[in-house]
Design a protein around this ligand. Structure first.
Ligand code: HEC
Length: 188
């Protein structure tokens, strides 16, 4: 009994020493240009999907068909998201090919509203997805979700038209007063 216990402690100590060695000698490549092993990637995807699904499942969804809300979301999306998630008529961005995991192309792929709200508000660790909840209230985040429901299938011309009509991204006024990158006639 005692011998077994000592053996177990020794095995544990060797494993800890081995793991510490792997960390210390830099065996793990953190470069974003080398993919994970398929099993690591599958595990991370499952952790991510389950984590979001569990936290998002009871979120009450507001009316996402209100044209004013969709319009507001269009302005937000054009100002903050296209570099990583693209837009109709956009082939690629400079940042996107280097991101790992790759951001989904939200101009083609429709996301579940609750999952989208949660991911936008809280961001996703160990990916490039920021937590926009630090700088945006829930209503603004829902407007982005509303827009994302309409985005897949929009033509480049429809996309351009809705962004041109959208109100300016007022949250930008926090530190860059009035420095908007899209035109709008109804700026206060
Ligand atoms: C710097 C790059 C970057 C920016 C900017 C960015 N995202 Fe993301 N986003 C990502 C990445 C990367 C993922 C995927 C993370 C993963 O798979 O683990 C992601 C995931 C998402 C998802 C989850 C999709 C799904 O299928 O679960 C949504 C929704 C989303 N982003 C919306 C937005 C919106 C809206 C904005 C703008 C306010 C935005 N993102 C800005 C990189 C970005």
């Amino acid at each position: 009994m005692k011998k077994r216990f000592i053996a177990a402690v020794l095995i544990f100590a060797v494993l800890i020493a081995g793991a510490t060695g792997l960390v210390w000698f830099g065996a793990y490549n953190v470069g974003a240009d080398e993919p994970h092993w398929p099993i690591t990637y599958a595990l991370m995807q499952t952790i991510r999907n389950r984590s979001i699904a569990v936290r998002a499942e009871d979120l009450p969804i507001p009316n996402l068909n209100d044209p004013k809300v969709v319009l507001k979301g269009a302005g937000q999306y054009a100002a903050m998201c296209t570099g990583c998630h693209l837009a109709p008529g956009m082939r690629d961005s400079e940042i996107r090919p280097g991101l790992y995991p790759q951001p989904p192309d939200l101009s083609r792929q429709r996301v579940d509203p609750r999952v989208a709200f949660w991911a936008i508000k809280h961001g996703i660790k160990m990916s490039a997805m920021p937590a926009w909840g630090f700088s945006h209230d829930d209503a603004t985040i829902w407007s982005m979700v509303a827009f994302l429901q309409k985005l897949p299938g929009m033509t480049p011309a429809q996309y351009k038209a809705i962004v041109a009509k959208a109100p300016p991204d007022e949250d930008m006024d926090m530190d860059m007063s009035g420095d908007h990158d899209h035109a709008s006639g109804d700026k206060p």
